[in-house]
Design a protein around this ligand. Structure first.
Ligand SMILES: Cc1cc2nc3c(=O)[nH]c(=O)nc-3n(C[C@H](O)[C@H](O)[C@H](O)COP(=O)(O)O)c2cc1C
Length: 193
């Protein structure tokens, strides 16, 4: 395996192995174990920016990372610019990096215009990234899919937009929203971006 140091904005990672964010999986105990095994960066489960906006105690509890090894990236989702601003201002007090989820395919997420629904509205996606960048003092990164479906692949366009909007790292999940987790992952999209 080719291990190398990686820098995301001003955050230096010991190596380029990054724990993928997984809702219901990458909680505090999982992150601590992954760090013990030496990963360069761990990412939390995705956190609702609206829940932070409304001061939801249960969500805030998910952000407990006391005494965990650093760096840690907190992944958020949402499409309301006020909620993104409030969430970013709250989370950047303790996170090293904030990642924005624009790839979650779950119906309960996309029906609200969040996650991979943003692949259908690059103008709004850009506003969200720019808002996060403006109000954060830690690097903003973005995770997205190659498109909504195989007839609307936006990976390259999306990557260019996100970079210009100020994202310091992009993670692409090489499936379309409509492919969920099925079929083979489209690795050629990683190359093209
Ligand atoms: C149980 C589960 C939960 C996931 N939750 C998230 C999440 O909260 N945020 C996210 O960006 N990706 C999430 N993902 C996607 C993974 O981070 C990863 O991008 C995806 O599984 C592609 O990798 P694979 O081809 O090895 O499965 C999740 C995947 C699984 C299987």
């Amino acid at each position: 395996m080719f291990l190398k140091k990686l820098k995301i904005g001003n955050v230096e990672l010991d190596n380029n192995i990054i724990l993928a964010p997984m809702a219901g999986v990458t909680d505090r105990p999982f992150r601590i174990i992954a760090k013990e095994y030496g990963v360069g960066l761990v990412v939390t489960e995705m956190i609702s920016s609206k829940a932070i906006f409304y001061d939801d105690k249960k969500t805030k509890k998910m952000l407990n990372m006391k005494d965990e090894k650093r760096p840690i990236s907190v992944q958020i989702f949402g499409n309301d610019l006020d909620a993104i601003k409030v969430a970013v201002e709250y989370i950047n007090n303790f996170a090293d990096i904030i990642d924005i989820n624009m790839g979650c395919p779950a119906p309960k997420i996309v029906k609200n215009g969040d996650g991979s629904a943003l692949l259908k509205d690059l103008t709004l996606a850009e506003k969200i990234i720019k808002t996060a960048v403006e109000y954060s003092n830690v690097p903003i990164t973005v995770k997205f899919r190659k498109g909504w479906d195989n007839k609307s692949i936006v990976a390259t366009e999306f990557a260019e937009m996100a970079e210009k909007a100020g994202a310091k790292m992009l993670t692409i999940h090489g499936r379309a929203r409509e492919e969920y987790y099925s079929r083979k992952c489209g690795f050629r999209y990683y190359k093209r971006c």
